[in-house]
Design a protein around this ligand. Structure first.
Ligand code: SF4
Ligand code: SF4
Length: 485
């Protein structure tokens, strides 16, 4: 008996050089996995139902006529939890992506492909929607295989037509939902209610997405996870012997051997019933160790637990465990890798949180106009000119007021009241006027309050240039004295 990838014995090593979905002749091998049943599958159904409810329901949630979530990359508009992010927030989006990647790496190092089995949209749709349609229309795995092998007759034509019609309807629904996340539910309503010619771009997108989804779920299927998914490909570098994966306990299970009545059992707990292989949607034998094809769907755990119940052995011959957990009985360990990723992730989350907290709905800059000195006004007043730039990140136009908070003085807006248009930058000029009595040095610190309508949202500190009163009086005296002379 040879050793498997995880150190466990396996009957042969051919699985290393072949894929379960490819036949010896190099052709596609269609899989007809047995329907899984058990506690993990029931839990996955509940989680999938919740995820599907969220996926299909969220586009209908609006806050003040704006979507709760929107991913309109064409117009560079992103709405998360009702907050709009634009091109000016690129640094936040970039940092969020980096934080997300580190989180996924850390999560995978510790928990393996838990995401694939429970949350990944491909797995949820494939196993919880389209695979269920297969069982509903064509019957169990054996009936499906028989139907595929049979010649085209009335039953086959009817069953295949019904199945693919339901597939097409679901693909269309998914395409519409995804489009709602991109353009918003209102645009989608228009598309549904108006003739296609009025929205030819959106119509083409819906049809295109529908065709792609139909092709993925009717033909491509598990190949998406095995051949295409980059996350699956990364498992080889992310997983180590301490990562928790769906694993076969070879210490307990080997040597495997069939159950024989009336004979004392000397082998391990695996009775070589192949139930774990029959339910596998990617066509692998988990007893060969962790493999790229395993999407952590838990079907083999449930089927093996049912067998263990039947032969009165403890459950968990296949379970969530690490390779070291099985061979050495160790639990979770803080390895240098896990500590390193956790430290980086903590720093990134802290920085992101601070940036999000400090993010204001209006970004205002007030700078003294370059090259301009002060002006002397009647009634002993001095003015400075400032450039004002307002970036409005909100959905609505916002009236902007500026008031001098300190010292006493006035702000005069050049050209009338300011209104910052939604999702745009507004530029204007203001005059700050101080009484001569309030100026005690050449550069006086001032604080300008920025009000969105009447709400103070930001305080800006800058400086005001003006002649010092004593100096000015002295200059005047000099002037007058010089006149007498
Ligand atoms: S289901 Fe369990 S007992 Fe049966 S072959 Fe798989 S590991 Fe062995
Ligand atoms: S090996 Fe088990 S967990 Fe992995 S894909 Fe197959 S059935 Fe699912």
């Amino acid at each position: 008996m040879t050793s498997s990838a995880e150190g466990g014995p396996g009957p042969e090593e051919s699985f290393r050089d072949s894929l379960g979905i490819v036949s010896q002749e190099g052709k596609r091998r269609w899989l007809f996995p047995k329907a899984p049943r058990g506690r993990f599958h029931r839990a996955r159904i509940a989680v999938s139902a919740l995820l599907l409810l969220i996926l299909f329901g969220v586009p209908f949630i609006t806050i003040g006529n704006h979507p709760f979530f929107l991913f309109n990359f064409l117009q560079r508009k992103l709405i998360l939890f009702g907050t709009v992010f634009g091109p000016h927030d690129f640094y936040l989006v970039g940092l969020s992506v980096i934080t997300g990647i580190i989180f996924i790496i850390l999560f995978t190092v510790v928990f393996g492909r838990l995401f694939c089995g429970w949350i990944c949209p491909q797995t949820v749709f494939m196993e919880m929607v389209f695979r269920k349609i297969d069982y509903f229309v064509e019957g169990d795995h054996r009936a499906q295989a028989r139907l595929r092998a049979s010649s085209w007759n009335g039953t086959k034509i009817v069953r295949k037509s019904v199945k693919y019609l339901i597939y097409a309807a679901f693909s269309f629904l998914i395409a519409n939902t995804l489009l709602a996340y991109v353009v918003g539910i209102e645009e989608l309503r228009k598309l549904v209610s108006e003739p296609p010619a009025n929205n030819i771009g959106l119509f083409t997108a819906v049809v295109g997405f529908s065709v792609v989804f139909y092709w993925i779920f009717s033909w491509f299927r598990e190949q998406a996870c095995i051949l295409v998914c980059p996350y699956g490909r990364l498992q080889g570098v992310l997983l180590d012997r301490n990562s928790i994966v769906i694993a076969y306990d070879h210490v307990r299970g080997e040597p495997r051997g069939k159950m024989r009545r009336d004979q004392e059992r000397t082998e391990g707990d695996c009775i070589d019933c192949h139930q774990c292989v029959e339910v596998c949607p990617t066509g692998i034998d988990i007893r060969n160790g962790t493999q790229l094809e395993c999407v952590n769907c838990t079907a083999c755990i449930d089927s093996c637990d049912a067998i263990m119940d039947g032969i009165k052995k403890p459950r968990g011959l296949i379970r969530y465990a690490s390779a070291n957990g099985i061979t050495q009985g160790t639990g979770f360990r803080w390895t240098a890798r896990v500590i390193g990723y956790t430290a980086v992730l903590t720093v990134l989350i802290a920085v992101l949180t601070i940036l999000l907290i400090r993010r204001t709905p209006l970004d205002v800059t007030v700078l003294r106009t370059p090259g301009m000195m002060f002006q002397e006004l009647p009634d002993d007043r001095i003015s400075n000119v400032y450039d004002v730039k307002v970036l409005n990140k909100m959905f609505n136009d916002v009236p902007v007021n500026l008031r001098l908070l300190a010292p006493a003085g006035e702000v005069e807006i050049v050209g009338g009241p300011l209104v910052a248009p939604s999702q745009a930058v507004m530029q204007s000029k203001i005059l700050v006027v101080l009484p001569q009595d309030g100026i005690h040095r050449m550069s006086t610190p001032i604080t300008i309050g920025i009000f969105a309508d009447t709400v103070l949202i930001q305080k800006i500190s800058t400086t005001f240039l003006g002649p010092v009163k004593q100096q000015k009086d002295h200059d005047r005296e000099q002037e007058h004295g010089g006149g007498h002379d």
